[in-house]
Design a protein around this ligand. Structure first.
Ligand SMILES: NC(=O)c1ccc[n+]([C@@H]2O[C@H](COP(=O)([O-])OP(=O)(O)OC[C@H]3O[C@@H](n4cnc5c(N)ncnc54)[C@H](OP(=O)(O)O)[C@@H]3O)[C@@H](O)[C@H]2O)c1
Length: 276
């Protein structure tokens, strides 16, 4: 969602790694921001310079330069680097800045404590790796002092690399368990489907491509038709046919419960790590 209000903003990225790169590229591609309105920093010269050269953004050696140049500051460093970054930015940030953190497991309270009382507009995001290809799924939560217009700003960034959903903070662990860890669950499903294809005689490369394209196609059917997955399943399941035979085998193997358990286990682990 890009509007004149969001395109006139100046964006700063602290950390120029994989996720920051995906967001910067996506925002420029989507017209959310002009390259000249984006500043990126990173202690690693190669990281900040290559992102800047590739995208036309400005590279800054010092995180404080990013803070001074930006309306929206995206904290895109690993969780273990966040303490130092917050300490460095704390004297510079005010309520004129919107701070968006994509670091896993760091709560809005912890961000607010690190940023101090002057910078209260905080958004916490849980993205996932397909954002690198513009097909991400993100959950985000606005902090209590965020303005209603901040929702539009954060979505202009996240929707440039996929789809985003606003949830209460207590559900961000569930987002981590479903869409954060989910790509790995799906990779395992693709691998297993490919193994099945090889078992019935297909060459490995064709089996893997068929499996991955089938998941992509089925996902698009769900998203683009808006039909319930069960309804789509019924549409391809003829009486006494091949698909119902396969579905019966899946039910016997407990695939549904296995996937539900995977989301539950990953969510529980996210909660445990967040407490630590
Ligand atoms: N990748 C994912 O799928 C994913 C999914 C969900 C959430 N996230 C979150 O997204 C954040 C970024 O992940 P990523 O995969 O993009 O990590 P990354 O590729 O390692 O990028 C982080 C970058 O920040 C730099 N950095 C470290 N300390 C800094 C400082 N004080 N000031 C400025 N930059 C600093 C790092 O430099 P050095 O290498 O020199 O330390 C690194 O280049 C993480 O907090 C992660 O939890 C990632």
């Amino acid at each position: 969602m890009t509007t004149p209000a969001t395109t006139s903003l100046k964006w700063g990225f602290i950390g120029s790694g994989k996720m920051a790169g995906a967001l910067v590229r996506g925002m420029i591609r989507a017209g959310t921001a002009e390259p000249g309105s984006i500043t990126v920093s990173d202690p690693l010269e190669a990281a900040r310079a290559s992102l800047a050269i590739e995208t036309g953004a400005t590279a800054a050696v010092d995180n404080r330069v990013v803070a001074a140049a930006s309306d929206v500051i995206v904290l895109a460093v690993k969780p273990q680097s966040m303490g130092g970054v917050l300490k460095e930015l704390q004297p510079l940030l005010t309520n004129d800045h919107l701070v968006i953190s994509i670091a896993a497991g760091i709560s809005i309270d912890a961000l607010a404590a690190g940023l101090g009382p002057e910078a209260r507009r905080i958004v916490r995001v849980m993205p996932n790796t397909p954002a690198l290809l513009g097909e991400g799924a993100s959950g985000y939560c606005l902090g209590p002092a965020a303005r209603s217009s901040d929702d539009e700003i954060v979505r202009s960034c996240l929707d440039a690399v996929g789809r985003s959903f606003c949830v209460p903070e207590r559900l961000l662990d569930a987002v981590t368990g479903l869409s954060g860890s989910g790509p790995a669950f799906v990779y395992m499903m693709i691998e297993a489907l490919s193994d099945g294809g090889v078992r019935v005689g297909l060459p490995r490369d064709i089996a893997t491509a068929l499996a991955a394209q089938t998941l992509l196609g089925a996902a698009k059917m769900v998203l683009e038709t808006g039909l319930h997955p069960g309804q789509l399943k019924d549409q391809v399941t003829s009486p006494g046919g091949t698909t119902i035979a396969g579905l019966h085998a899946m039910e016997r193997a407990g695939i549904r419960a296995g996937l539900m358990d995977a989301v539950q286990a990953a969510t529980n682990r996210a909660t445990e790590l967040g407490r630590g």
